[in-house]
Design a protein around this ligand. Structure first.
Ligand SMILES: Nc1ncnc2c1ncn2[C@@H]1O[C@H](COP(=O)(O)OP(=O)(O)OP(=O)(O)O)[C@@H](O)[C@H]1O
Ligand SMILES: [Mg+2]
Length: 70
């Protein structure tokens, strides 16, 4: 299942997507959360309030999936 959170600024995308990712992880689902916003609020929220270190895996989704063994 792929979920996208898209809407105008300040509508709650980061808040809802963060809670959804944390909930699904708690329910033992395999979760890949992709933060495409330069403000990195999703990444900040689900990492427990720390700016995460950025890892560059690849340029395309298939290559990223391969790199992460998904
Ligand atoms: N369910 C809610 N009830 C009350 N306040 C909320 C709720 N969801 C989000 N907010 C508040 O609304 C504001 C915007 O939320 P959020 O940052 O999640 O939106 P966003 O769409 O990701 O914004 P941006 O486009 O700026 O990244 C925040 O101050 C947040 O605390
Ligand atoms: Mg946001």
């Amino acid at each position: 299942m792929i979920l996208g959170f898209l809407a105008k600024g300040g509508s709650g995308k980061s808040s809802v997507s963060s809670q959804m990712a944390l909930y699904l992880n708690q329910e033992k689902a395999t979760v890949l959360a992709v933060d495409a916003d330069h403000n990195m609020d999703l990444a900040y929220n689900i990492s427990g309030g720390e700016i995460p270190k950025l890892n560059h895996y690849s340029e395309s989704l298939p290559d990223i999936a391969k790199e992460l063994s998904l």
